[in-house]
Write a protein that binds this ligand. Structure first.
Ligand code: FAM
Length: 454
């Protein structure tokens, strides 16, 4: 504890003895100290076998290999994700809320993922304030972002912006100075993570307003929480329900274990002691892929296209089934359905569906999404190869956004990336705190595999 305190002092926390980041750092450290005996015992039992690797696993994206340590969340194939043992419903109930809101705050979920503790109202408010304090974008970042062509995909712009913010990295500065203690480097990773979270939402809003509103920006509202303020800066709706939807979206998408592309990319890059800005920029690039985060953009397009093709009258389950079959026949995937690990309907889909039922049951796209829920799983099941025919989170998130006027679907994955910064960065900080080594998977050749099958 003394060593951590000394590092905090060096990092400038002494001047802000009671700063919320120091409080959070202490809470992470307390959790890590509690986990240390278990960690040490597991290291001693290092030769214990925990699984078998088959040729299919080696050739199939390493599916099912228990080969990573991630404490923040655990994904059960049927039940879905739990943040530190809590279901998303429990998180929603237990996490502190913005006045008048019913949604557990995403910034409070950052605290939960990092420490295993639900933060108090006072801690959450102080973290909200700290995020506001750190939210200004460096001038060189705004210059770079404003100079990018509007036609460049918003995810590419976001990745460039996060990378350009690496100039703010204390982790990088301390490491480069050579004057650091390896065991306390993680405190700088945590400090950087708070800075990155603070700046990613104004950066994302700036990209949106540059692309679709001729660079007319909306000033931040310091009275709002992180997600509410992001919704406000997007400037598409004044409705309090749009802020609620954004809080819900950012809380639900925050973390999904360690092996998904964005979390794993962040972890892998961070394992080389690259700082949080370098690491999460890599995670964003992975999230930008159509089989991962881009699926929400693709899904809304698919729904709109289906609606356009099927005309203005009532749409039936049979018509949507035919449309899904045509998509498969064209050798395309049906976006918003299927999952690498889940084997049931994604609980994040169900929570968003409850929200939509409550707030806009008559929306035409929502009604079509409900028809898809009946029509598509049997079509995917009939292929005999799709392991999970049920909807994932992306099947509804775009529908929710468009209802409130966020209709630019090319932008949707950016909202996902703002949210996913929470989980990826929490995982990164804990990896550094636990001193996890550089990741180095053994790759093999076709001949090596063939020899094994003889
Ligand atoms: N539509 C058509 N085919 C599908 C499918 C879908 N929705 N889901 C799976 N398949 C196919 C898959 O392409 C594979 O075919 P081949 O053997 O011909 O390559 C086969 O079924 C077996 O795949 P799987 O084992 O069931 O799934 P994977 O673990 O390989 O892939 C996904 C998982 C998510 C990439 C896949 O289900 C998919 O492409 N879904 C549509 C895109 C999507 O919604 N992605 C978002 C995932 C989301 F949760 C997120 O990351 N945000």
């Amino acid at each position: 504890m003394l060593r951590v305190q000394r590092a905090l002092n060096r990092a400038g926390f002494a001047r802000r003895q009671f700063s919320i980041v120091a409080d959070l750092t202490n809470d992470v450290d307390a959790w890590a100290k509690g986990a240390t005996p278990q960690f040490a015992a597991l290291k001693k039992a290092g030769n214990t076998k925990i699984g078998d690797v088959t040729v299919e696993m080696a050739m199939g994206g390493m599916r099912g290999i228990p080969g990573m340590l991630t404490e923040t969340s655990y994904l059960d194939p049927i039940e879905g994700i739990r943040y530190r043992g809590k279901t998303l419903q429990e998180c929603n109930e237990q996490l502190p809320k913005h006045p008048g809101s019913n949604i557990g705050l995403p910034e409070a979920s950052f605290w939960l993922l990092l420490t295993g503790n639900v933060p108090t109202e006072a801690q959450t408010n102080a973290l909200k304030e700290e995020l506001h304090k750190r939210s200004a974008l460096p001038e060189h970042v705004t210059k770079i972002i404003d100079a990018l062509p509007k036609s460049m995909h918003a995810m590419t712009q976001l990745s460039i912006g996060v990378l350009a913010m690496q100039s703010e990295s204390k982790f990088h500065q301390i490491y480069s100075s050579g004057n650091y203690d390896k065991t306390t480097l993680w405190t700088h990773a945590l400090d950087d993570s708070v800075t990155l979270m603070a700046k990613i939402s104004p950066l994302a809003a700036r990209i949106f307003r540059n692309q679709y509103f001729d660079g007319k920006h909306v000033d931040a509202d310091a009275n709002l929480d992180w997600a509410g303020n992001y919704a406000h800066m997007l400037g598409v709706s004044d409705s309090p329900d749009f802020k609620e939807m954004t809080r819900l979206y950012l809380m639900l998408h925050a973390d999904h274990e360690g092996g998904n592309v964005s979390a794993h990319a962040t972890h892998l890059v961070g394992s080389a002691l690259s700082d949080p800005f370098l690491s999460y920029s890599a995670g964003i690039n992975g999230l930008a892929g159509p089989l991962h985060g881009l699926a929400n953009q693709e899904c809304l397009r698919w729904l709109k296209n289906t609606k356009k093709e099927l005309g203005s009258g009532p749409i039936t389950v049979d018509q949507v089934s035919d449309f899904a079959r045509a998509t498969l026949a064209a050798k395309k995937v049906v976006p918003g359905f299927g999952h690498g690990v889940l084997r049931a309907t994604d609980p994040r889909y169900l929570i968003q569906r409850d929200f939509a039922e409550k707030h806009f049951p008559d929306d035409e796209l929502f009604q079509l999404a409900n028809i898809c829920f009946q029509a598509i799983p049997p079509v995917l099941e009939a292929t005999g190869k799709v392991k999970n025919p049920w909807p994932n989170v992306d099947a509804l998130s775009g529908t929710c956004m468009q209802y409130y006027g966020l209709k630019q679907e090319d932008y949707y994955t950016v909202v996902f990336a703002v949210s996913r910064s929470i989980g990826c960065l929490a995982q990164l900080v804990l990896s550094r705190r636990m001193g996890l080594p550089i990741e180095r998977v053994k790759s093999v050749t076709l001949d090596w595999l063939s020899d094994k099958t003889k």
